[in-house]
Design a protein around this ligand. Sequence first.
Ligand code: ADP
Ligand code: MG
Length: 330
Amino acid sequence: MSEPRVLLEISDLKKHYPVRSGILRRAVGTVHAVDGVSFTVGVGETLGLVGESGCGKSTVARSILRLIEPTGGSIRLNGKDITHLGKAELRPNRRSMQIIFQDPFASLNPRMTAGDIVGEPLSVHGLAAGRKKRERVAELFQQVGLRADQMHNYPHQFSGGQRQRICIARALALGPDLIVCDEPVSALDVSIQAQVINLLIDLQRKHHFSYLFIAHDLAVVAHISHRVAVMYLGRVVELADKAELFGNPRHPYTQALLASVPVADPKAKRLAPMIEGDVPSPINPPSGCAFHTRCKYVMERCKLERPPLVAIDGQHQVACFLNGGTGRPA
Ligand code: ADP
Ligand code: MG
């Protein structure tokens, strides 16, 4: 497969939050929510972004959409640096990037009908009104598997899966180039999850936009992603083609995550024992490789130096000192 043209490129993205304490609200520490993340998303490509809760996935998502201001690094969309654009300059880019959140109920106004919610971006950007808008909304409903007559219903009259479909229709309304999906199925029943993921895949085939698809669980990104990035405590520790990542994981953390994915075949060999302990606090992240406190293969060097994310084989990148910087063989 030839490489897709780059749509989104984030380089050394950082987001730090001060931790304040006492009546004077003095800064007593820093949360390293995102600490030097780099990756690209190609046109029409899905990059899966996986990691345990609290590792910085939503912070990456919100920074890309510029819902929060990054502390450092850059975000380029279609070659254009959007890291520091002001509100007015961001406006045209707002059309090309959309986000879908985990909890569709919280992101839908309960007092608006589903049709008004989906049509709102069209009005805000002055793209359609009146009958033209109604027709476009009906078409969007049909594209996400809802009936046009459901336009008149309110969010509470839909099931969880249908509410996420409303969010997807709203994200589609402006014809985006990139949809950031922040755990879009994590709150849904397992049976519904697959339906929503299949819908997202079908829509991408039709419209050729890109996804940054975030989940805390590798099993969820397996089907939809072309490539997968694994995050740990604010950093990417491994990034590879999906088949490569699942077939030849090199970072002990990726291996542990994979080992905790339920396998259909009970005789299948598990790669490594399940990971133990919780993610350390991002306020004072461990020195060196942030994973060293939980890694079975930890070496002295891992406690002192931070392993850089390096390409070990074509597109496959890993940040681990084992085996001469190529990570542990699967
Ligand atoms: P994830 O989406 O992977 O669960 P988040 O990006 O939401 O992780 O959070 C990463 C880390 O940053 C967490 O430790 C979280 O507590 C912290 N964090 C997120 N937002 C803020 C904020 N506004 N102020 C302080 N800390 C924050
Ligand atoms: Mg999150």
